[in-house]
Design a binder for this molecule. Structure first.
Ligand code: ATP
Length: 576
């Protein structure tokens, strides 16, 4: 069985019983439909023979009602299963997505992930609630009709089957094309999601650069691709419909010819030929159902393949033993000959990095853009695994730390968008949902956010806007620091804001960082002169290597690159 079909059935397996009951009810409903002409015939006969038609009419009514009830409950059960499968697939997929490794997500685009979780999962519903039943009922009716035709006359059946074999061949040719176009259409919808997501994520940049038109073209190009592929599907589907109708007509002519000859020779009576021809026309409906079911099934398989791509990506181990609020003392960090590449074909981002940051105190990482500073943080958080060398935290190899424990020990303050939507309080409690009001008050004071809280209309309960747009850059960073502190990290990783801060914010940030370094190990990617001046130790990175270490004064004297950075790159406080 093809892998995609196996996966599709795996989605349906937990609901197999409901699905089967629903399918049987729906089929029984259609069966009741088939019985109606017979009942009608009895009613007419009763009239003709001047008997009371009441029993036949009553029976007819009962069959109609029963048929309707069966169809309705069958359809409901099937749709319910469809919904349950969609929910199950979404729950699994979202759980899986949030567990993916950072490296895996780097290669994907958020918009594409979004369409997989929303539109591709929706396709499963149609497949399970409609296409499967359609295919099954089409196949059953087809088999039934063919059997009845065989009962009428085997020779004519042989002629019919020969012609039908032609349809099967045509469909076998067309189906892979339909399937390919369907997959491409779904991919195009994913691309559209990515393009739209990109434009909305950088909304201000788009506007500021007058790029609305270009972004629109990028999004609509993907939409157009989806449309074109949809048309391809429609073309091939109508081709298959035509092939089917033409084959049935051809079969009709052949049967008429061969059957006529057989009637003439007395091998077949006329009424059987007529009945046979009628059955031949009955074939059109189940054949149509089969192809439609088949097309639906293919789109479901394409969706399942896209969902499976996510499930097959590398994920992180589930969190175990996570205590979000470990309160260990400050821990030392050491990198020894660390080598790391983001991708095999890329130059190493770390090419033998060696440095250590003692427990407690402030260690600053500096270096030109692309030197590998952020990579130090990414490796410590184990967003990626280094290729060679060792990284230790608290004297223990980070590969030996349970992931959840390691991350609970670290506080990570990113440079960009470190604030999520919600209220200020939501943001602070993000890392430590069970922190007490006292804890919150304490970190708010330590990060000099009390003025801000006092100024906000609803204090801590003021919403901060999507990505914290209502806060200044310096405030956003201090909120992120406060959040990290609530976790009581033994090691704080701080990527400083590069933006110029006003004098007050600059002073606050400096004081906060200096105080922090008393109780925790602080590793900071320094962009500010004030930070390097305060640092206990500065590590200068260049091209994935450590080129010098020391204090600000020492490095100014000994390292020309550092002297140049100090002169040109560090953001000096606006008060200086
Ligand atoms: P900056 O100060 O500009 O942020 P940095 O010193 O922090 O620079 P890193 O972000 O560590 O530098 O990057 C080191 C190298 O790794 C760069 O050449 C960069 O292009 C590459 N790199 C960084 N992140 C990724 C990633 N997710 N995938 C692939 N390559 C990356």
């Amino acid at each position: 069985m093809p892998a995609d079909l196996r996966r599709l059935l795996a989605h349906a397996r937990p609901h197999a019983r409901t699905l089967i009951v629903g399918g049987v009810l729906t089929l029984a409903g259609s069966g009741a439909g088939l019985a109606m002409p017979v009942m009608a015939k009895y009613a007419v006969q009763a009239f003709a023979e001047s008997r009371s038609p009441a029993p036949a009419l009553l029976l007819l009514t009962a069959v109609v009602l029963a048929g309707a009830a069966l169809t309705a409950s069958g359809t409901y059960l099937m749709s319910r299963t469809g919904e349950a499968v969609v929910l199950g697939a979404r729950e699994r997929l979202v759980g899986r997505m949030l567990r993916l490794t950072v490296a895996a997500v780097d290669r994907l685009t958020p918009g594409d992930l979004l369409t997989r979780a929303t539109s591709d999962t929706t396709l499963l519903r149609t497949v399970l609630s409609r296409s499967l039943v359609e295919s099954a009922s089409g196949a059953l009716t087809l088999v039934g009709t063919v059997v009845l035709m065989g009962v009428m006359d085997l020779v004519l059946l042989g002629v019919t089957l020969l012609v039908l074999a032609l349809i099967a061949a045509a469909l076998a040719l067309l189906m892979p094309r339909i399937r390919r176009a369907q997959t491409q259409a779904q991919e195009a919808v994913g691309d559209m999601g990515s393009a739209l997501d990109r434009a909305l994520q950088s909304f201000r940049t788009v506007k500021a650069n007058g790029a609305e038109g270009r972004e629109r073209s990028a999004v609509t190009a993907a939409a157009r691709r989806a449309h074109d592929k949809g048309l391809t599907v429609a073309r091939w589907t109508s081709a298959s419909d035509v092939a089917m109708l033409v084959s049935v007509q051809v079969a009709f002519l052949c049967v008429l010819g061969v059957g006529g000859a057989r009637v003439a020779s007395g091998a077949l009576d006329l009424s059987s030929l007529i009945a046979f021809l009628l059955y031949l026309f009955y074939l059109v409906a189940p054949l149509g159902q089969l192809t439609e079911g088949w097309v639906g099934l293919n789109s479901g398989l394409a969706a399942v393949a896209r969902l499976a791509e996510i499930e097959d990506l590398p994920g992180e181990q589930p969190r175990q033993g996570a205590d979000a609020r470990e309160s260990a003392g400050p821990v030392p960090v050491a990198f020894t000959d660390v080598v790391f590449r983001y991708a095999d074909e890329r130059a190493p981002a770390h090419d033998g990095v060696t440095f250590d940051a003692p427990a407690g105190g402030l260690t600053a990482l500096v270096g030109p853009s692309g030197a590998g500073k952020s990579t130090v943080f990414a490796l410590l958080e184990r967003f990626y695994d280094h290729d060679a060398g060792t990284v230790t935290v608290g004297g223990r190899d980070i590969r030996d730390w349970p992931l959840a424990h390691l991350r609970a020990t670290l506080g990570y303050v990113e440079q960009d968008a470190p604030v999520l939507a919600g209220t200020l309080r939501d943001n602070l409690l993000y890392a430590a949902p069970d922190a007490t009001d006292d804890d919150v008050r304490d970190v708010v004071a330590r990060t000099r956010l009390d003025d801000l809280v006092a100024r906000l209309p609803e204090g801590l309960d003021t919403p901060v806007g999507h990505r914290g747009v209502l806060l200044s850059g310096g405030e956003r960073q201090r909120v992120a620091i406060a959040r990290a502190l609530l976790r009581r990290p033994a090691l704080l990783l701080l990527d400083e804001v590069t933006a110029n801060l006003d004098a007050v914010n600059e002073q606050h940030l400096r004081a906060v960082v200096r105080e922090l370094a008393i109780r925790t190990t602080v590793l900071v990617i320094a962009h500010r002169l004030s930070t390097v001046v305060d640092a206990d130790r500065i590590v200068v990175l260049e091209d994935g290597r450590v080129r010098a270490q020391g204090s600000h004064a020492e490095l100014l004297e000994q390292d020309p690159l550092y002297a140049e950075l100090a002169a040109t790159q560090f953001v000096a406080a606006s008060t200086r």
